[in-house]
Design a binder for this molecule. Structure first.
Ligand SMILES: CC(C)(COP(=O)(O)OP(=O)(O)OC[C@H]1O[C@@H](n2cnc3c(N)ncnc32)[C@H](O)[C@@H]1OP(=O)(O)O)[C@@H](O)C(=O)NCCC(=O)NCCS
Length: 179
């Protein structure tokens, strides 16, 4: 099994974490991002609503090419969810390791939210980060973001600091067998 070199760009490319069917019949593959995903990733981000973009990035981004350019060249962990019937990318989770910590962000296309895809990407990310020796993941979430806060809680994480418009959360990285 490839564990992804920390110095290589797109280190999780070629790695399939999960392939399954959602309760409503969508065939989903959770896999490492590859440089060849660039155009698909731009399409994905450009399809998101302004509200989802703001919830993920805390700002409105309209032109995603520079962001995706950095993402595909990143040596961090980037995981995508792909709808196998349409070939579309429908979710992205990314984490930038620094020492034994990593800062992460995650987003799922609105029409695919609430189907467990965020959770499966987060589980895959836990596995990838565990293999890189990461002990804890941090992230920023809006205080009213129920889905994201539930996701954090279900992964064993918790809010650790409240700011005016965001909450800092921490999630411990567990051995993959512990779920
Ligand atoms: C947060 C986000 C990534 C979660 O992904 P998702 O695929 O929608 O979430 P899942 O279906 O895996 O569910 C995650 C948790 O939210 C809960 N949930 C899902 N939809 C919900 C809804 N409409 N209302 C309340 N809770 C909901 C699920 O029950 C699950 O909790 P559980 O594990 O305790 O059962 C996704 O909603 C999203 O992209 N939001 C916008 C961007 C964002 O907020 N990113 C986080 C900050 S970086």
């Amino acid at each position: 099994m490839s564990q992804g070199s920390p110095s290589k760009t797109a280190p999780l490319c070629g790695r399939v974490f999960y392939q399954y069917v959602t309760k409503d019949g969508k065939r989903i593959r959770i896999r490492g991002m590859c440089p060849e995903d660039k155009e698909q990733l731009i399409n994905f981000y450009e399809k998101l609503s302004l509200e989802t973009i703001y919830t993920r990035f805390f700002s409105i981004i309209k032109y995603f090419e520079p962001y995706v350019e950095r993402l595909v060249k990143s040596t961090g962990c980037v995981i995508v969810a792909e709808d196998l019937d349409t070939g579309e990318i429908v979710g992205v989770a990314e984490a930038i390791p620094e020492g034994d910590k990593a800062e992460a962000g995650i987003v799922v296309l609105e029409s695919y939210q609430g189907k467990g895809i965020g959770k499966m990407m987060a589980k895959a990310m836990n596995r990838a980060l565990y293999e890189r020796g990461i002990k804890v993941v941090v992230g920023y979430i809006m205080p009213g973001n129920v889905k994201a806060l539930k996701l954090v809680k279900s992964l064993g994480g918790r809010p650790v600091k409240y700011y005016e418009s965001m909450v800092l959360v921490e999630i411990p990285i567990r051995p993959p067998d512990e779920g």
